[in-house]
Design a protein around this ligand. Structure first.
Ligand SMILES: [Zn+2]
Length: 182
């Protein structure tokens, strides 16, 4: 390949990569509804407990980061339709009586790797084992299916999902019950 062809080849590959990443972000943006990663969209007492849990993990050498807090019912329906979520309603869509966002769940991961990277397994295991001390639990405890990326296959299917360890069900939370008072 001569120099001119080589330059064309490199530029051509660059354009293809740019076009495909644009397509990906455009299609993700077309999912209906909204999803936030703002800690302010969490129910206050849940946020306090999550902060302490993530502080524990930070002190243990992990790099915890929140990737999702509140999501709208339309977004949850889209996740269910895609097969990524298995439920019609979750703790993520909870709102207060005035419609204010009061999510009782957050999705977290170690910022060094993507959420589905097998290297997350030690982080997700630590997240689960330390959550109970703060009144929380994680999708790593769910037994309906395993997270496929853990070499030991020891974690439930959504190990980065944190929610209250309480008797308040998802439906009750949507009806206004809370595991802790403000
Ligand atoms: Zn979640």
């Amino acid at each position: 390949m001569g120099p001119a062809l080589l330059v064309f080849g490199v530029v051509g590959v660059g354009l293809v990569v740019a076009a495909s990443s644009r397509r990906r972000s455009t299609s993700a943006g077309k999912l209906p509804g909204v999803e936030s990663k703002a800690p302010g969209d969490l129910y206050g007492p849940f946020r306090e407990r999550l902060d302490r849990l993530l502080g524990d993990l930070h002190a243990a050498g992990f790099k915890p980061r929140i990737r999702a807090t509140w999501r709208s019912p339309e977004r949850q329906a889209a996740y269910k339709a895609s097969g990524w979520s298995k439920v019609d309603r979750s703790f993520h869509e909870v709102t207060g009586p005035d419609g204010a966002r009061e999510s009782l769940a957050a999705d977290v991961y170690d910022a060094r790797w993507g959420p589905d990277d097998p290297r997350q397994a030690p982080f997700y295991r630590a997240l689960l084992s330390r959550s109970g001390a703060h009144g929380l639990t994680t999708g790593g405890a769910w037994t309906s299916a395993k997270w496929p990326n853990d070499p030991a296959k020891a974690l439930g299917w959504d190990p980065g999902h944190v929610e209250p360890d309480s008797n308040v069900s998802i439906d009750e939370a949507h009806d206004g019950e809370r595991p802790w008072t403000l």
